[in-house]
Design a protein around this ligand. Structure first.
Ligand code: FAD
Ligand code: UDP
Length: 372
């Protein structure tokens, strides 16, 4: 039995069914497959991501090849602008960001010299504040990172591990792409279509609208794979692991284009963090356009583990318990309390499959990539 039909659950269902000829039951409490990567056509016929923008990117050829069995791709390089001081400038911060913001004409060397003057020395980089002020100094930190992070996480960057803001690089050239991975693409017919293909096997049964807790005593199974929140599995016995929640406000506008970039970040104004216009991501042609606003919340569905030391310590206690629980495997962003992208979750699931099948990680990846 597999709990959750997101990337973690669906990859394992596919691998166990096709690779080991196991019979798999996937139980999913939502009304659809795909987890947070779920997309669908809204009532105006525009393909939207219900749970916020999902852009696939990876440096792993094996993971890309594996997923390519279930979808064709649309090449897509993601670009984001931040609204700062009334202007829309590129984020990650690059040469153009600094020049546009300060009316300068620096070249890459000039930008290095400029930032060297304003950057604050931090012998030890521990927090999300350290990463940014060490790279770009306090002023740019305050313009681009402090407000956004406080909104997104309900915490100051100084209270979050370095890995959070370290996701956003600093560039001394004019490259304004959000990611630089070797593979960057969107599933040509959407993520849900990819999941449908992955789960399309006679050995796989999917039960939607079903919480694992409702059926756990009704169904006999050999082993369990759990991809929901790990603390929930153990009835929060050591206390609740904090997850950051989001509320999504979807809107359709009756004009072809709404904003000048696929995503616009609002670090300093408004209660929302960013606005995404889906047609840029999907390439869909349509006379109207749909967008989503993201409002961070303390309560609601869990979306993000919150990387900070006390949470890591609490997770460790659950992890130890998980390791001592026979015939249950924990995998995915919520079950292993890791701020993972989709490709990392796919990699983690393939590694677990290898372990179950008695293969090395390399052999599991190679087998998965030539599976069908
Ligand atoms: P999920 O997708 O959360 O799937 C877990 C599933 O388990 C859910 O469907 C849930 O309903 C189900 N479940 C939980 N508990 C139970 C239960 N008790 N019974 C039954 N079912 C249960 N990654 C990228 O690579 N690129 C991006 O651009 C990107 N953008 C993102 C934007 C946002 C706003 C968010 C929140 C995440 C983004 N991610 C992105 C991360 C990506 O969503 C995750 O890495 C990936 O979806 C995690 O897959 P998963 O299977 O671990 O978890
Ligand atoms: N961040 C920020 N300002 C930005 C973009 C990102 O402060 O304009 C910080 C913020 O803390 C955010 C983190 O960097 O949560 C990671 O950004 P990313 O875009 O990777 O977030 P995700 O897409 O995972 O929500």
């Amino acid at each position: 039995m597999i709990v959750g039909a997101g990337f973690a659950g669906s990859v394992l269902a596919e691998r166990l069914a096709r690779g080991l000829n196991k019979r798999v039951l996937v139980v999913e409490r939502r009304a659809h497959i795909g987890g947070n990567a779920y997309d669908h056509h809204d009532r105006h016929g525009i393909l939207v991501h219900r749970y916020g923008p999902h852009i696939f990117h990876t440096n792993s050829a094996e993971i890309f090849d594996y997923l390519s069995q279930f979808t064709e791709w649309r090449q897509y390089q993601h670009r984001v602008k931040a609204c700062v001081d009334g202007r829309l400038v590129p984020i990650p911060i690059n040469l153009d960001t600094v020049n546009q913001l300060y009316g300068l004409r620096l070249d890459p060397e000039g930008m290095r010299a400029y930032l060297a003057k304003v950057a604050e020395p931090r012998p030890e980089v521990k927090t999300s504040e350290d990463v940014v002020v060490k790279g770009v100094g306090r002023e740019l930190y305050e313009k681009f990172f402090r407000g956004y992070t406080r909104k997104q996480w309900g915490l100051d960057p100084s209270e979050l591990d370095a890995q959070v803001t370290a996701r956003v690089p600093l560039r001394f050239n004019r490259d304004d792409r959000y990611f630089t991975d070797t593979h960057q693409a969107m599933p040509a017919r959407g993520f849900t279509h990819l999941f449908e293909n992955m789960l399309d096997h006679p050995n796989i049964k999917v039960m939607l609208n079903t919480d694992y807790r409702e059926v756990r005593h009704e169904i006999e199974y050999g082993a369990l794979i759990f991809t929901g929140p790990v603390d929930e599995f153990f009835d929060h016995r050591f206390g609740r692991l904090p997850y950051r929640c989001l509320e999504f406000r979807h809107e359709t506008h009756f004009k072809p284009v709404f904003q000048s970039a696929p995503v616009i970040n609002y670090p300093n104004e408004y209660a929302y963090t960013r606005v995404t216009e889906f047609k840029y991501l999907t390439g869909q042609e349509h006379p109207h356009t749909s967008v989503v606003y993201e409002y961070p919340r303390a309560d609601g569905d869990p979306y993000y583990p919150i990387p900070r030391p006390d949470n890591a310590a609490l997770y460790k206690r659950y992890q130890e318990l998980a390791e001592q629980t026979p015939d249950v495997h924990f995998v995915g962003r919520l079950a292993t309390y890791r701020y993972y992208n989709m490709d990392q979750v796919v990699g983690q699931a393939l590694t677990l499959f290898g372990k179950i099948a008695g293969l090395s990680r390399a052999d599991a990846l190679a087998a998965a990539a030539v599976a069908t």
